[in-house]
Design a protein around this ligand. Sequence first.
Ligand code: HEC
Length: 153
Amino acid sequence: MKRLLFALFAVLSVLVVACGGEQKPEAAKAPDCEKPIKDPNDPKPMALMMRTMANYCDTMRLRLLAGGHVDSVEFPLMPFKTAEPTDSANLVPLFYENAARFEAAWRKLMADTLNQQDDYSLVIASCVDCHNSFCSGPLRRIKKLPLDYREER
Ligand code: HEC
């Protein structure tokens, strides 16, 4: 119970922090995802869940690199595919197919006890996959999530 409360608190604080927004306009590269980036202070539920997932991945990445383990209590699957999006034109069959693949990858990661690093890499590949089709703006953020990402100097 304590742990659950802590997880809830973590989610809320992540949301609050994420609402500060760090996206810059990149409309030319992402015409299909213009609005969430242009107006980061009035995000729709789907955009908020995406930010939470990205923050989860930051934390999971560091944990796994340190040899630790992640689980679905701390990092629950976000029900983003049924959440209100900024642009409902994205809700086409390919979006749901990508979402299903992503969810399968996330569940596999959380269920695994042996090789979570590989599972995590598949999760990030699923983020990239969907974003290549629907919303390329956040790819700059997602690019920093793979385990072998190194800050460019
Ligand atoms: C099935 C498709 C799909 C998958 C999988 C997916 N995304 Fe998204 N993502 C979207 C769409 C569509 C939006 C735009 C949401 C909106 O504005 O309502 C978005 C928005 C975002 C945003 C911008 C949110 C903002 O501030 O407006 C980030 C960051 C993001 N995704 C990160 C991720 C990460 C990290 C993953 C994997 C852990 C991921 N996404 C997986 C489709 C996807």
